[in-house]
Write a protein that binds this ligand. Sequence first.
Ligand code: OAD
Length: 234
Amino acid sequence: MRKIVVFTGAGMSAESGIKTFRDSDGLWENHPVEDVATPQAWARNPRLVLDFYNARRKQMREVEPNKGHAALVELEKCFNVQIITQNVDNLHERAGSSSVLHLHGELDKVRSTRNPKLIFTPEHWEIKLGDVGEDGAQLRPHIVWFGEQVPMFDVAIDITQTADIMIVVGTSLVVYPAASLIEYVPANAPIFLIDPKAEPQSRRNIEIIRGTAAEELPEFVKKLISNEITSKNA
Ligand code: OAD
C-alpha cells in the first residue's frame, strides 16, 4: 500500500469552529503568545495559562470533526495514511483516523510539572491551580510551548521520509521546526498544499489547492482513491 503522509495545522479544524492562530481574529490576536504559551508565562501567571487552555479544552469537547477529517479516514481504505498534526485538538482521532502523531502536544492530556512522563487524561475540562498528579506536583497542559523542545519531531521526520505522497492542510508553515518537515519528503514524492491562503513555497515544488479543508479534501481524496492523482503528478 502506498503511504500518504498528511501534515495538518489549525486550518484543518477551522470549519469545526476552532479558531486558527494567525488569521484575523485568530487566537494569538486576543491572547498574546508570550502571555499564555511560553514557560515564562507559566512561571509568571500559571492561572492565566491554565484558563487559556481550559477554555480550549472545554471548546474542543463541544465541537465535532468536519468533512475534511472524515475524508482522511476514507483515504485509509486505499492507502497507508499517517497524519502528523500541529493541532492539539483530538478531532482526527474522533473522526476515526488510526495513525495520528501530535507534534505540539495534546489538549486532552495534562502532565506533572515535575515528571514530564507522568501524563494522563483528566475527566473534567478544567484544571486549577492546586490540582496535582500522583507525584503531588502541579499539573500543566500537555502542550509544547514556544521555547520548548518538540520531542516528537524526530519521529515525524522518520514518517515523512517514507512518504509516497504528502498532503499539507491548513498551516501557515511559519512555526519551526514543524514547518521544515516538507524538506524531508523524498524528492520524487509530490506535495500538495490545501489552504485558502496558500503561497508558493520556494523550498519545494508544491502543488497548491486554494480552498478549505472541508470543501477540498473530500474531492481530493476521491481523486486519490480513483487514481486520478498519482506520484507522477509531481
Ligand atoms: P496558523 O494560524 O498559523 O495558520 C492557519 C492556516 O490555516 C492559514 O494558512 C490559513 O490560511 C489556513 N486556513 C484557515 N481556514 C482554513 C480552512 N477552513 N481550511 C484550510 N485552511 C485554512 O496555524 P498553524 O500553521 O497550525 O503552536 O500554526 C502552527 C503552530 O503555531 C500551532 O501548532 C501553534 C501555533 O502557535 C503552538 O501552540 C505550539
